[in-house]
Design a binder for this molecule. Structure first.
Ligand code: FAD
Length: 479
């Protein structure tokens, strides 16, 4: 029978170790994708990620067809799907790249046990990370809880060179009836209709492996020089925007590592900073691997008793970008409109939700999960806990971002705010992050009627800060 390659968030042909090993086995390949939203504990994808997934699978199928194969799609619990496929095709071997979430690991273990019992070899690989969670350990053999020593440790570890793209991917070895029971991509209904809220994304993003490679090249050419200093300026668009491509494995971190390192001459600082962000991604995956409940339970158990005060109206204002704090509103609207938000602004809006609105970070995590194209189980949950102060190596809770000074520091001329909050486009720079301080005639000339066409701040910064600190003190004193 054929070699079965099961694609899972590794939607690429180059540097795909499971695919390469299956090709090297000499058998024809059955290339499989399973949309599994029903296995126990598997979290269904959010809306934006589903849109990306559609294009990602479409691109993968096209690339496979160019090399003489195709993608076969099924839907349902993975264990049942694989069982059925094994019955009908009697594969010579099963190949996949590993996953790191508890629910998915459980699925993979169960499948592997059944296949092994039938005498079918399963071969699994690292296709997702620079280094897998268990490879990076401190001197005591324990996982690192703090990023800096983790980064130092991995800096000394070699990164395997990326594998070339196979030249041919032979198909066949399965009965033709197999395709009758498979699904078409359209059957999965991953893209929204009525309304098609994702329509604007089409002009902003190209999905798939080739687009990921092009984005990497463009970034190394244009974005990397100056990255270390410009990465915090949201209007500069100085970061790679590779995150959705990485999320779906359209590019692998080893490819990024080697491409960036090869061009590091003369821009060592920028390259080191950029690659340290890619290492953060590995670190988040390690944390998720070691804390399966990262998205639902505070790692620091003390925070389980935190007294959240947030109300639904405030949460809704935050979601819609109507808090009255321009940098927060710009970020939330960038997210809604483009499916992505700049990292500095993610930190500001997250801090605002948790601290100024005293809202449970899990509400924010869930909103990001639904609206981010790069929504990632490890990166999203870890970063929310980081902001909320409950994760390992987190920002301390009492460090509370002032949304006005953050805006003035990182968006000094208000270009970012103006791009996403058009109501404020004509407000002169000194007031663009604090419209409430603008004199009446300035507001009038800029066409702003506070409380009518742009909200007054929904909370007062000073009072909100005191309330958050009070809640944190109460938590500390209670223990
Ligand atoms: P670059 O600056 O070009 O970085 C390159 C790559 O490094 C990124 O694509 C990403 O894979 C990785 N990276 C960068 N920063 C981080 C970080 N802080 N943590 C982990 N990996 C990082 N990132 C996601 O990929 N998915 C998420 O769901 C997600 N949720 C977040 C939620 C919050 C509250 C915060 C504060 C951050 C979150 N991030 C998330 C991390 C970060 O904001 C994005 O990875 C980054 O903005 C993506 O843009 P980029 O590709 O241009 O980044």
């Amino acid at each position: 029978g054929p070699a079965l390659v099961w694609f899972r968030d590794d939607h690429r042909l180059s540097d795909n170790p499971a695919l390469s090993a299956a090709v090297d086995s000499g058998a024809p390949l059955l290339c499989l994708y399973i949309l599994d939203e029903s296995s126990q504990g598997v979290r269904p994808l959010g809306g934006a990620a589903r849109w990306w997934l559609h294009g990602s699978l479409d691109a993968l199928d096209r690339s496979l067809r160019e090399l003489g194969n195709r993608l076969v799609i099924f839907q349902g619990p993975a264990e049942e799907v694989v069982d059925r496929l094994v019955e009908t095709t009697n594969p010579s071997g099963v190949y996949w790249n590993r996953r790191y979430q508890a629910a998915e690991i459980a699925v993979d273990r169960a499948i592997k046990a059944r296949l092994t019992a039938r005498g079918i070899a399963v071969r699994s690989f690292n296709g997702r990370l620079l280094h897998e969670p268990w490879q990076v350990r401190n001197r005591a053999g324990r996982p690192f809880q703090v990023f800096t020593p983790y980064l130092r440790a991995v800096s000394a570890m070699p990164v395997a060179p990326p594998l070339p793209r196979p030249r041919e991917i032979r198909a066949g070895g399965w009965p033709s009836s197999l395709l009758d029971s498979s699904r078409s991509l359209a059957d999965l209904r991953l893209e929204p209709e009525n309304p098609n809220w994702a329509a604007p994304f089409t002009g902003l993003w190209q999905r798939g492996e080739q687009a990921a490679q092009e984005r990497l090249s463009t970034f190394l050419e244009e974005g990397l020089p100056g990255y270390a200093s410009r990465r915090d300026v949201p209007a500069a668009e100085a970061t790679s925007r590779l995150s959705p491509h990485l999320r779906f494995g359209e590019i692998g971190p080893r490819q990024i590592w080697h491409a960036a390192t090869a061009r590091a001459d003369g821009r060592e600082t920028d390259t080191a900073k950029f690659l340290s962000e890619v290492v953060w991604r590995d670190f988040c995956h390690q944390q998720l691997h070691d804390n399966p409940d990262l998205a639902t339970a505070p790692c620091n158990p003390r925070f389980a008793h935190f007294r959240w005060a947030g109300d639904n109206a405030a949460l809704e204002a935050w979601r819609r970008g109507l808090t009255g704090y321009p940098i927060v509103d710009a970020g939330m609207r960038q997210l809604w409109r483009t499916g992505w938000m700049h990292n500095r602004v993610r930190m500001i809006v997250a801090s605002f939700l948790v601290k100024h609105l005293l809202t449970d970070w899990r509400q924010g995590e869930a909103w990001f999960w639904d609206t981010l194209l790069d929504a990632d189980a490890a990166n999203n949950a870890f970063n929310w806990q980081w902001v909320a102060g409950s994760g390992p190596d987190s920002a301390p809770f009492h460090r509370i971002f002032n949304p006005v000074s953050q805006g003035e520091k990182f968006d000094p001329d208000g270009a970012y705010v103006r791009a996403y909050v058009p109501e404020l486009a004509d407000l002169p720079s000194p007031f663009v992050h604090r419209p409430w301080d603008a004199p009446g005639d300035v507001l009038r000339r800029a066409g702003i009627a506070p409380g009518e066409n742009y909200p007054r701040p929904i909370v007062d910064h000073g009072a909100a800060r005191e309330r958050a600190l009070g809640a944190f003190r109460a938590l500390r004193d209670a223990q």
